[in-house]
Each structure stands twice: as structure tokens, then as C-alpha cells.
Design a protein around this ligand. Structure first.
Ligand code: AOF
Ligand code: ZN
Length: 364
């Protein structure tokens, strides 16, 4: 019974995906005599919490009701008042929670407050699933770093593009649509300047319905001009352009131009134009970017793997063979060895995606 209602919370929570981050995905259901009588979920960042929506949908007596929620109710005054106060005030007698809130402002305090008020609290129902559901939130709040999914779309022989720059799709339409779905769910999409120059991508959501993520472009040497397609989207979504402090100083008028078109410039320490990934990720985290979809190219893939900033890996492998081209990693030997280690030490699985095989795994 507990698990069935908790799964319903997960389904409700999912509806907030893409709209509540960096807040958690939260769903709540109210159950009376084994029947669900009200539901609620956290709909958008800064908005009312799941429990509040749920309790607003039920005006009856709560003394025999059980409230299920996939995250410990908050006990702090944030953008909204504490949910624990509302639960106590409305006379809820029983609460079932999937996991403690990892937010240091809350963790354990919500549960303690409820128990002190005489409410029966059960914690840990489908906890593993709940942690997976909120893996972006858990990573971001506990580490001040965004959750990173590295996505590689490659030919069967390991190339991610043609050397002569000609553009052709490597993966199937089904795979490309899946990537657009991910774009609509992640806070940001990140690429290197080389990818912008080679493909001139827009990095928006077109093959799926959803909102555009923020775009992050790493360009330590400040090579881009601001006329590439991705920058035009700075009018409707956040675009972060990361350059080295050195390069920024050398191009004051370009920096001014980027700012004038609405691009957010982030100047960071970097050696020989190579940005320090750690500072990039901390800066983005501080700007409320809790999850990043890394889309290339070879340099970026190698840096993320070498510095171990990958939480999840998705490799789309198409049946197409190029024979030669741009390899998926710039530091092939080292990156391939580390990748192999990641695959062996973590849970990986393979499935079909159109005419491609999709390998996915969470890095331990
Ligand atoms: C809940 N239910 O639906 C959510 C919770 O800035 P605020 O006020 O929205 O607070 C955000 C924090 O509250 C967030 O970091 C997490 O600890 C908790 N979110 N808690 O009981 C909800 N969204
Ligand atoms: Zn709350």
C-alpha cells in the first residue's frame, strides 16, 4: 500500500520536471481509508510546495488521513512558509515520506517537528527510487555542483563528426528527439567553442515540447564573434559565455558587444586558454544551474572525463561508419581508459534507440 501511493507521488512530482529546478521534484497524495482523496505537486520554482497544493484540494477532517510525500516536508521559511506548520495546523495524524531532505536548512528538522507534534512519521518508503528521481537536486544542494550528464553521439567507429566540417546526422531521429527531451529537462546545455564553430547549433528544444534550457559555451580563448546562432537566443533564455580572464582583458570591445546582446559573460582563471572546469561548474551552480547536459565536442568530453565531473553517461552509437573524422575524445588513450573503468565499475545498460544503440549508466 505504502509503495503504491508513494509511486503516485513520484508520478505527480515528475510533472514539475524542467520547471521547479533547482528545487526538488515533489508530489503529495492524501489517502483516506485506502483511497486517494487529494493530490498536489510542486509546479514551479518559487511557487507553493506539493503538500500545500494537496491539502488545499481537501477541506474535510484529516484525523484519519495519511499524507504521502516523496520528500521530507520543509521546516524552514524559504520563499514559502514551512510545510510542517501547515500539516500540524491542519491536524494531519500520519505522514509517510520517501527520503529526508538533503537541504541543510531542513534535513531531519522537518521530521522532528512533526514527531514532536505527535504525528506518526514513516521514513524511507522507496527511498532509492526517490533519490534517483531527485538526483539533480541531491547533487546540487549537497555539493554546490551541478549534476552532469555527458551525451556522446558517435559512429560505430567512434567519430563525432567529419574532419572537413560537412554536417550530417550521425544518430537516428528517435535519438535526436530524446536529446531534445533531455534539453527540456536539464537546467543547461553545455558545449565548447569548437562545436559552435563547426555546427553552429541553436541548442534549443525543437523536436520535443518544453522550455529551452540555459546555454553554456566554453571559449577560454574567446574565439567566437557573437554572431553564431546560439547567441541570438539570449533574448529569451540565459546564455552563459565562459572565457579566460586573460582573453577577456585582451578583448574589451568584444566583451562589451556580448553584454549588449544580452549574453552573460563569465571570466575565469585558465591556463593557455583552457578553462578550469571546477570554477566553471561552481560559477554555474551559484547561478542556480543544478543540472547540465554536456553535448561536446572532443575537448569538452575529455576534460569532463579526466576531471571526473560526470554523474551520468549516455553514448548513442549509430551503425554508420566514417572511417575517419573527429574522434569523440581529444585525449583518446586516457579518456577511453577512464571511460572503460567507469563502465566496468558502474551500472550500465544498453537499449535500442531508433537504429542506434544507447548505452547509459550512472557513474559511481
Ligand atoms: C517540500 N515540498 O514541494 C518542495 C520542498 O525556496 P522555497 O521556499 O521553495 O524552498 C525550497 C526548499 O524547500 C528546497 O531546497 C527543499 O529543501 C524544499 N522543497 N519541500 O516539502 C516541496 N519543493
Ligand atoms: Zn515545503
Amino acid at each position: 500500500m505504502h509503495e503504491q501511493f508513494m509511486r503516485e507521488c513520484f508520478q505527480l512530482a515528475e510533472k514539475g520536471r524542467g520547471y521547479v529546478s533547482p528545487n526538488p521534484l515533489v508530489g503529495a497524495v492524501l489517502v483516506e481509508e485506502g483511497r486517494c482523496v487529494a493530490r498536489g505537486f510542486h509546479k514551479r520554482f518559487g511557487g507553493v510546495h506539493a503538500e500545500v497544493h494537496c491539502l488545499r484540494n481537501y477541506t474535510g477532517d484529516l484525523s484519519n488521513a495519511v499524507l504521502y510525500v516523496n520528500l521530507e516536508p520543509c521546516s524552514h521559511h524559504g520563499k514559502t512558509p514551512p510545510c510542517t506548520d501547515l500539516l500540524i495546523q491542519r491536524g494531519v495524524r500520519k505522514v509517510v515520506i520517501a527520503m529526508k531532505d538533503p537541504n541543510p536548512l531542513v534535513t531531519g528538522k522537518g521530521i522532528t517537528q512533526l514527531r514532536r507534534a505527535g504525528i506518526h512519521v514513516t521514513v524511507g518508503v522507496l527511498e532509492k527510487e526517490a533519490r534517483h528521481l531527485n538526483r539533480f537536486f541531491v547533487k546540487h544542494i549537497a555539493n554546490s555542483l551541478p549534476y552532469v550528464l555527458l551525451k556522446i553521439a558517435q559512429t560505430a567507429d567512434g567519430f563525432i563528426g567529419r574532419k572537413n566540417g560537412s554536417l550530417e546526422y550521425i544518430t537516428s531521429p528517435e535519438s535526436r528527439r530524446l536529446v531534445h527531451k533531455w534539453r527540456s529537462e536539464y537546467d543547461a546545455v553545455l558545449v565548447g567553442a569548437g562545436t559552435i564553430q563547426a555546427d553552429n547549433p541553436r541548442l534549443t528544444v525543437r523536436l520535443w515540447t518544453g522550455r529551452d534550457p540555459a546555454a553554456v559555451i566554453l571559449d577560454g580563448k574567446f574565439r567566437l564573434t557573437g554572431r553564431e546562432r546560439v547567441f541570438a537566443s539570449a533574448r529569451h533564455r540565459r546564455v552563459y559565455f565562459c572565457v579566460s580572464k586573460q582573453a577577456m582583458k585582451a578583448r574589451p570591445s568584444m566583451a562589451k558587444y556580448f553584454k549588449s546582446i544580452g549574453v552573460n559573460l563569465i571570466a575565469l582563471a585558465g591556463r593557455n586558454g583552457d578553462l578550469n572546469l571546477k570554477s566553471v561548474l561552481y560559477e554555474l551552480s551559484a547561478r542556480q544551474i543544478g543540472s547540465i547536459l554536456v553535448e561536446g565536442g572532443s575537448n569538452v568530453f575529455s576534460s569532463f572525463i579526466r576531471q571526473r565531473y560526470v554523474d551520468e553517461l549516455s553514448v548513442f552509437c549509430s551503425p554508420v561508419v566514417f572511417g575517419n573524422g573527429i574522434p569523440r575524445f581529444s585525449e583518446a588513450d586516457r579518456s577511453n581508459a577512464m571511460l572503460r573503468e567507469m563502465i566496468l565499475s558502474s551500472g550500465f545498460s544498453a537499449r535500442k534507440s531508433g537504429t542506434d544503440i544507447l548505452f547509459t549508466g550512472t557513474i559511481a
